[in-house]
Ligand binder design. Structure first.
Ligand SMILES: Cc1cc2nc3c(=O)[nH]c(=O)nc-3n(C[C@H](O)[C@H](O)[C@H](O)COP(=O)(O)OP(=O)(O)OC[C@H]3O[C@@H](n4cnc5c(N)ncnc54)[C@H](O)[C@@H]3O)c2cc1C
Length: 543
């Protein structure tokens, strides 16, 4: 598919003689579950440098609540978990990848327990929760709704023993260094030391998702899609960019950050009501609150349009006294901050952008089309999720493909020569004729536009308007060299937004999380295939 955006190859203003140079075997961009799991594996073979643009604690992984899906419950089997994943993926999953990831599930849980993860148990047995799209108890969780925090505590503790892993916080990856479709590391802007060139035999992209492209999102501030933009500039293939998943139940209180309210809450009996107290989900799907999350998000949207309200309510008042505070302590605490008592009050909720299904195309070894560049976690598109993600499959994917990416990069780099190459990075002289701009204003405008026109329901005219508006903003933003990471981040957001809009315009059907009101049917004959972008060379490929 043609993009009509050709951002310049490097956002960096190169002045090589003055940049510090750092050399490592494996460079990992991102320190969430995928990046750190990759680091543990790569360090068995090689020296590893992990960079993350903020504090180590800032990642989607850290904030994950519900848990990790694994077929370990009584009567459950990987075969059933595979079937559920394929059903939700709506015809676009890669079945071989689904099988591989799902079969790894029980081993992943054992490994984490072996590293000291304290998952919730009753009388010694792991407690398993149920979520939408999983017809059985399958979700391993920790401290009620703090699974991500426990997972990341465990992985960071495991890494603290590894003398071959170095971690640089507040180090922003600006661009991948490539020549002839081979990757040699990245340009990093370190808050303490400024711009530096990191040369690596292998680079792993694990920069997570893009929720911050939307005004309403569950994602923390770091999730701005940087990795997708820098991969695109480096001619990596990006796939399935139209599939953005919206989480149905995010706390909707003015002044509160959009805290996600885990699906597990509905799995344990929470019901959705409108302002009149009606349990409206029964009108929309036989599984009501436990329908797949895209169905619940869309139903909420349709219902608030019908009633004229801004939000609906989550009702937990039928749960036994004290149960919510014990099972979901994080949720109870956040609600208390706004004087909402989960035992007696209804909780105002509405959907928000949650998970990027598409990303940088990666094969079963986590390799991309760029030699020496791997991708894993939410930044990657491995084919596990297809057109929609089954809840709690993403942490599993991050851990499975993180290990694989670490192995691929670590093992190969142990056998290869150091990779400092005389890349032709000529110093930059040209500069923009446009005046300084208010970056916060561009960013906020983009986030509102994406929410309005590229949200849960899309149509041709809204998407076309979004595309034109982004082109206009790009015309005076993309030609600048910014001395701050904020500027690069906005350029990345514009790049990724444009790809998501074009993919959404291109897919003239509804499938999974991509809902076109002007093409409400799923059209297998024309669209059981992927839309792929590669700078200068884009296409559609069979699913
Ligand atoms: C609130 C919430 C709840 C969730 N609950 C669940 C759940 O219960 N179960 C489940 O399976 N999934 C859940 N998810 C999704 C899941 O958390 C993510 O898909 C998964 O954690 C992604 O891991 P990752 O390592 O790929 O990315 P992340 O954990 O997001 O890590 C990305 C890393 O990249 C860094 N980074 C980004 N850009 C740059 C840059 N330019 N330079 C340097 N570093 C950069 C970030 O700082 C961060 O360290 C949830 C997500 C959210 C937001």
């Amino acid at each position: 598919m043609k993009t009509h955006i050709e951002p310049r190859r490097y956002l960096t203003r190169f002045d090589l003689p003055y940049f510090p140079h750092v050399v490592t075997d494996v460079l990992i961009l991102g320190a969430g579950a995928a990046g750190l799991r990759a680091a543990i594996e790569a360090a068995k073979y090689a020296n590893v440098l992990v960079v993350t643009k903020d504090a180590l604690s800032e990642s989607n992984s850290e904030y994950a609540q519900g848990g990790i899906a694994a077929a370990i419950g009584p009567g459950d089997q990987p075969r059933l978990h595979v079937d559920d994943t394929l059903t939700v993926g709506a015809g676009l999953c890669n079945e071989q990848v689904v099988r591989m990831v799902v079969e790894e599930g029980p081993r992943v849980i054992d490994e984490l327990i072996g590293w000291g993860a304290e998952f919730d148990r009753e009388r010694g047995k792991l407690l398993l929760a149920r979520e939408g799209g999983h017809p059985r108890q399958r979700i391993v969780h920790a401290r009620g709704d703090a699974t991500g925090a426990e997972l990341m505590r465990t992985i960071r503790h495991r890494i603290s023993d590894e003398h071959r892993i170095r971690i640089a916080e507040n180090a922003f990856a600006v661009d991948l260094l490539t020549q002839n479709r081979s990757c040699y590391g990245a340009v990093i802007y370190d808050r303490a030391y400024g711009t530096m060139i990191v040369w690596a035999k292998y680079t792993i992209l694990a920069t997570g998702g893009l929720g911050q492209l939307y005004r309403e999102t569950t994602n923390p501030a770091v999730a701005t899609g940087d990795g997708l933009a820098l991969a695109y500039r480096a001619e990596a293939r990006l796939t399935d960019m139209e599939f953005v998943q919206f989480h149905p139940t995010t706390l909707y209180v003015a002044g509160a950050s959009r805290s996600l309210i885990s699906e597990a809450v509905r799995g344990e009996g929470g019901v959705l009501r409108d302002g009149d107290g009606d349990r409206f989900m029964l009108q929309y799907h036989p599984d009501a609150e436990l329908a797949p999350r895209d169905v619940v998000s869309r139903s909420i949207l349709q219902h608030v349009k019908k009633t004229g309200d801004t939000n609906v309510y989550l009702d937990l008042t039928a749960m036994p006294p004290g149960y919510v505070a014990k099972r979901f302590p994080g949720l109870a605490q956040i609600c208390r901050n706004f004087d909402i008592d989960v035992a007696s009050d209804m909780i105002p909720v509405r959907p928000s952008a949650h998970y990027m299904v598409g990303g940088v195309e990666a094969d079963m070894q986590a390799r991309t089309n760029i030699d020496r560049l791997c991708a894993c976690g939410e930044a990657a598109c491995t084919g596990l999720h297809g057109a929609n993600r089954l809840g709690s499959n993403s942490l599993l994917e991050a851990l499975v493909f993180g290990r694989i990416a670490g192995w691929t990069a670590g093992e190969a780099s142990a056998k290869s020569q150091p990779s400092i190459l005389p890349l032709s990075l000529s110093p930059t002289t040209d500069s923009s004729q446009h005046r300084e701009i208010d970056l916060a204003d561009v960013e906020n405008s983009l986030r509102s536009l994406m929410w309005r026109q590229v949200g849960i329901e899309r149509d041709s005219s809204g998407l076309q308007r979004a595309s034109d508006r982004i082109d206009f903003w790009c015309s005076y933003t993309m030609d600048k060299y910014f001395s701050t990471t904020r500027g690069c981040q906005v350029q990345n957001m514009l790049t990724v937004a444009k790809l998501a809009v074009l993919a959404a315009l291109g897919r003239q059907e509804s499938r999974g999380v991509h809902v076109r009101v002007d093409f409400p049917e799923t059209d297998d004959a024309r669209w059981r295939k992927h839309i792929t972008f590669q700078r200068g060379n884009s296409d559609e490929t069979a699913g």
